[in-house]
Design a protein around this ligand. Sequence first.
Ligand SMILES: Cc1cc2nc3c(=O)[nH]c(=O)nc-3n(C[C@H](O)[C@H](O)[C@H](O)COP(=O)(O)O)c2cc1C
Length: 307
Amino acid sequence: MAGVSDKPFRLILAEFGCPLVYTEMVSAKGLVYGSRATLKMIDLAGEGNVAVQLFGREPEILARAAKTAVERGAVLIDLNLGCPMPKVVKNGEGAALMQEPSLVGELVAAVAAAVAVPVTVKMRSGWDGASRNAVQVALVAARARAKAVTVHGRTAVQRYAGRAEWDTIRQVAVALSSQGVSVIGNGDVASPEDASRMLAETGCQGVMVGRAAMSNPWIFPRISAYLRDGTWLDPPSPSERLAVARRHLDQAVHWEGEERAVRQMRKVIGWYVKGLPGAAALRQEVSQIREAEAMRQALHRYATRLH
Ligand SMILES: Cc1cc2nc3c(=O)[nH]c(=O)nc-3n(C[C@H](O)[C@H](O)[C@H](O)COP(=O)(O)O)c2cc1C
């Protein structure tokens, strides 16, 4: 997730047993032309199972970018067919590709021929309500040797509005059931029960969690335990949340340097304390902070106030 699943957060997620984490969407062109900032996004040193998600629309560039990502340790390459941001779709990339199924086939085939790891795609249900063509695009991707297809049950035009509809995910699962290609359901999974319902109602093989994982790495062990044998693990206490926020800050300083870390953590701390008493005041306080040590102290004072 752009602006969310950076290395410090991926390390926290892995610590909590998230079986597969994805990088933020990475520009294939940026990788091929050696942009330093883009290359940093695929620094996977010291991490476990990380999928690199690429966006782009040129088969050769995507293939070269995928090779670079695999050399850096990517265990899976995912192609972005879902980003609705104007700066991406105006270049015919991201969700704009839902309107070009045959190009999707070329992209998947080029990347699958270039790397030995699984290649997957992540798509929307369609471009807009009048063109919900996820089944068609999924079949094209499957024929081009995609190993799995993730479907977010909203159109690109919807962005994040309204509830995700899961029926398109079910239709894709039906269509791909005879192809040996897995379907990963995505959209509005925010609890262990949601994950269980997603599997039961759509027939998909895997579940992807987006927004509900933001500063909530507990969601993965909670979902796993519930799906395994119905075990209900309680959500974390406020002090557990703050302890992990503090660890996240330390990871961010270590990997990103103090300035970037503090900037990112101003928003990330807000996610960790969402719903807790006095969260708004803490958010306001950390938004002014420029040093990691001051941020640690603010977290410490807040934890003391909560007790
Ligand atoms: C801040 C933010 C950044 C995102 N970045 C990406 C991205 O880089 N690649 C991608 O495939 N989806 C991205 N998404 C979409 C999510 O992966 C997911 O499909 C969507 O939020 C629906 O799932 P959810 O209800 O579990 O959040 C992003 C979503 C948000 C809110």
